[in-house]
Ligand binder design. Structure first.
Ligand SMILES: N[C@H](CCC[C@H](N)C(=O)O)C(=O)O
Length: 294
């Protein structure tokens, strides 16, 4: 039995495990992520996020995130807002500015409280974007920033910008109606394209003014999601570098709107909601079932 809390940020929903309490061996997380994320045979979510003690000095907590297919993502922007709110409200930290150790490097969420001391939202310092081809990563000669490269996939040609927020993103700008894009078809073809040796998250973005972007996402390892925080940060950076937006924008995703700014300190900040959905106990015999499948 594993105790969990389900949280969502702009409809990007994750199952959270407090590993201070559950003390699960870390090698079990990919199998558990697949089991709990399944929307019919599990709890249902875009993935699993684990709250852990840091392994390096100077951090309050460590963050690990696993997609619905069990693959590990280096960072998760919507998930980090939920992570911070949960850690604060459960007393795992007693401050509103939290230094978190992640595979993408240090990330610093700040809880925003209202005058009654209730959590209004979370503003996250996501660190700097990475723009060299080797940092995304992309195959081929070291180059960058990659702002308008073309790739053939699903019988079509796509021109993309590539930005890493510690995890890989391609941003495809379009004036088309985003709802008419066959994401379920083109998404996986791009995610698994050999140009992306670590696969990639895929975003179609329609600029709607100097401070307005609209986007839809196919996530590496999770498929279509209602929002992608790191993706929204990547989209803002790409839009700013290509003159399609300023350095601050409201990014409109199917699950809601995220405020993103690429500040003068070179870091990207995203601000938005994070909400608890439910708490429960995962009682399925997931270890035996996984062993039987292998
Ligand atoms: N939903 C997450 C992104 C997860 C990215 C993950 N799919 C990956 O493998 O990088 C976010 O809000 O940033």
């Amino acid at each position: 039995m594993v105790r969990f809390t389900k949280m969502e940020g702009l409809g990007n929903d994750y199952i959270f495990i407090d590993n201070f309490a559950e003390r699960l061996p870390e090698e079990e997380f990919p199998v558990l992520a697949r089991a709990v994320s399944d929307r019919h045979f599990g709890v249902g979510a875009d993935g699993l996020i684990v709250i852990l003690p840091p392994t390096e000095p100077g951090f309050d907590l460590r963050f690990r995130m696993f997609n619905a297919d069990g693959s590990e993502g280096e960072m998760c922007g919507n998930g980090m807002r939920s992570f911070a709110r949960l850690a604060f409200e459960r007393g795992l930290v007693r401050k509103t500015r939290i230094r978190v150790q992640t595979l993408a490097g240090p990330v610093v969420p700040e809880i925003v409280l209202d005058e009654a001391g209730r959590v209004q939202g979370v503003r996250v310092d996501m660190g700097p974007p990475r723009l060299r081809s080797t940092e995304i990563p992309l195959t081929g000669p070291e180059r960058g920033p990659v702002l308008a490269e073309t790739v053939e996939a699903a019988g079509e040609s796509f021109t993309f910008a590539a930005v890493s927020m510690g995890n890989p993103h391609i941003v495809i700008f379009t004036d088309a109606d985003l709802d008419r894009i066959d994401l379920a078809h083109v998404g996986p073809a791009l995610e698994h394209h050999p140009l992306f040796p670590q696969r990639t998250n895929v975003h179609f973005v329609r600029p709607e003014g100097p401070g307005e972007l609209r986007m839809r996402t196919w996530e590496r390892g999770s498929g279509i999601t209602l929002a992608c925080g790191t993706g929204a940060c990547a989209a803002l950076v790409a839009a700013s570098l290509t003159g399609r937006s300023g350095r601050t924008a409201d990014v409109h995703l199917p699950g809601g709107t995220l405020r993103v700014e690429w500040a003068e300190d070179g870091h990207v900040y995203q601000t938005g909601p994070a909400n608890e959905v439910c708490r429960g106990e995962f009682t399925r015999d997931w270890r035996r079932e996984a062993a039987a499948r292998s």
